[in-house]
Write a protein that binds this ligand. Sequence first.
Ligand SMILES: [Zn+2]
Ligand SMILES: [Zn+2]
Length: 406
Amino acid sequence: MVSVGQITQNTKRVALTDSVSALVREKTPGLVALRRQLHAVPETAFEETATAKIITDRMEALGLPTRTGIGKTGVVALLEGDVAGPTQGPTLLIRADFDGLPVSEETGLAFASRNGSMHACGHDGHTAILTTAAEILVEMKSSLNGRVMFLFQPAEETISGAKAMIADGVLEQYKPDRAIGLHIMNTIPLGQIATNSGPLMSGGIRFKISITGVPGHAGMPHLAVDSVVIGSQIVLGLQTIVSREISPNDPGVITIGRFDSGSRAGNVIAGETILEGSARAFDPAVLQTIFDAIKRVAAGIGEAGRATVEVTEQHRIRPTINDPVVAEWLGGIARSIVGDGAADVEPITGGEDMSEFLHAVPGAFFLVGGAVEGAGAHHSPTFDFDERCMPAGVELFVRAALDYLG
Ligand SMILES: [Zn+2]
Ligand SMILES: [Zn+2]
C-alpha cells in the first residue's frame, strides 16, 4: 500500500526531476562556452594556475566557500544544503580533473589551443560539467540535506594530483561519505553512460630495466657482453609471465614501450641497454606477483648472460574500483536519464587516479560516451569529443546529489 506521504514525496521527486532537466537545458549554452574557454588555455600537470583561477572565480561568484592551492593547484568548493533546520546529512564528493597534456593541438577547431599544450583527454569537459552542476545545485540547495564537495583536481595525466590533494589533507578536512566522478570517452557512442561494479580501470606499475654489459667490437663478441642480446631475451622472457605464471582468470598485461641502446654505429656492441615498460592488472595482488616475476626473470636472464641488471619501480597506481552499492545506485540514475543508453562496460586497462579517492571513500566512476567521427584517440593531437554528451554528465551529477542528500 502506498501512503499519502509517499505519493506527495513521489510527486515532489518527479517535479524536482523535471526542473533539473529544464535547468540543465537552460545552462547548456554556458556549459559549452566554459568548455571552449578552458579548451583554449590548457595547462599541464601542476602548472594549472590560470585554470584554477577560472574555477575559483566561478565558485566564489556562486557564494561558495572555496579553498585553493590544495595539492599545489587543486580547488575545493563546499555547498551546504539549506533544508529547514540544521543540515544533518552526509557529504558527497564530486570530482573533476582539469589538466591538459604536452601535445600540440591539430584539430583546427575555432577554439583550439595555440599555447603548445592541449586538452586532449576531455578534462576541459569534466571541469565545465562539474562547474555547471555546482551552479544548478546552488539554485536547488533548499532540497539538499547535507553537503556537496566540488573537487577540482590537477595533474591527473601524471597520476599525481589526487595523491597530492589527499596528502594535503583534503579528505580529513571535508570528510566525504561518498565520491563520484566521470570521464568523457570517445570510444563510447554519444548518448551512453557506462559504468560497472568492481574494477573499472586497471592498476599499474611503470618500471625501468637497466642492463649493463661490456661494450666491444662487432667482430669479437666473445670479448664483450652484448646488452642488446640480453635486453632482447628479457623482452621475450617477460612475455611468458602473464601466460605461464598468472591464472587465466586474472587479466594482466606487460608492455615494454622503450628499448634504448647502442651508439650510432652498427659495428659496435652496446654495453648499456635501457628498457622501460608498464605492467597492469585489476587486482593489486596480481600486479605485485607480475612485478616480482619481472624482477626475477630480468635478473635471471642478466645473470645467465653475464650482465648486471637492475629493475626499478618508477610509478604505481591503484586500480579504480567501483563500490557495488554506489555503482548500482548511479547506474539507476543513469538509466532514468539516458534509458537504454545506460550500459555496463568492460574493465579498461588504462589507469586513472580517481582510484586514490575511491580507495579512501566508497564511490563510483562512470564514463560518458562522446564519440566524434573522424576525431583522433584520447591523447592524440586531433582528439575531440562531441559536446552534446556534456548535459547528461551535468544531469547525472545533479540528480545524484539530490538523491543522496534528498
Ligand atoms: Zn588522459
Ligand atoms: Zn583523462
